[in-house]
Design a protein around this ligand. Sequence first.
Ligand SMILES: Nc1ncnc2c1ncn2[C@@H]1O[C@H](COP(=O)(O)OP(=O)(O)OP(=O)(O)O)[C@@H](O)[C@H]1O
Ligand SMILES: [Mg+2]
Length: 261
Amino acid sequence: MAEKILEVRDVSKCYGGRGKKNHEASMTRALDHVNFYVEQGEYLAIMGPSGSGKSTLLNCIATIDTPTSGRIVVGGKDVTSLRSKDLAQFRREELGFVFQDSNLLDTLTIRENIALALTISHVPAKQIATQVESLAQRLNIETTLDRYPYEVSGGQKQRAAAARAVITKPHLMLADEPTGALDTKSARDLLDAFAFLNSLGTTILMVTHDSTVASYCERIVFIRDGKLWGQMRRGSSDRRSFHSRIVEATTRMEEGDSYDC
Ligand SMILES: Nc1ncnc2c1ncn2[C@@H]1O[C@H](COP(=O)(O)OP(=O)(O)OP(=O)(O)O)[C@@H](O)[C@H]1O
Ligand SMILES: [Mg+2]
């Protein structure tokens, strides 16, 4: 069996309930005893209705948020118990993120944005240049490297964000609705970039509500009301029939059926 790169163990997250006492009524249980794991090299989508807890789950894995209970283990490290001084280094070296709106720094060029984590880690400039250029070429953004984020298209920005996310060869790349702001063609280009990065061995965990986007993944984890509703593997299906199975499962989940995919 492949190595487990991520383990989500009995994770719950409650928001609110501040004040003298935790009032159940004023609390939102965004995640409710979620358990699953991801193996090295997998390409996985998390799907679920709006408000079902997808971003909360991703943010807990990304160490941007902390679970109320349960544990999250990334590359053998329990991230829920990391001290704050180790968190920044952990995020920089072991995780890559792609958000819905690329979050590139406007004062840096695309090249500098992609290189940032390597620059912080004092990698020699020559090595940085080689790595950035070869990745940019593969993601088809080499002509944008010396421009600023506001001088490139949304799709190019997202591919630059993907390049920035994987330049350090992280254990895990996390993406929250990365195609959300893109047109169909740019979304396809980004998915091609993800497939390429996955073929190099990058493990990818992507949140999406789009069944077409999800059909590019190998496995889908469905969540509803903060609970794991079910999982589905592509197996030997082609992408179109996997897409039909995803649409069917999503409809059943939204209609309140129990899981038996
Ligand atoms: N910081 C917060 N404080 C209080 N409640 C929150 C907070 N963040 C999220 N929630 C609540 O937790 C629940 C899960 O939210 P989450 O953002 O994880 O949903 P989501 O599945 O990502 O939805 P969407 O598809 O709309 O992005 C929702 O009920 C939301 O209102
Ligand atoms: Mg969300």
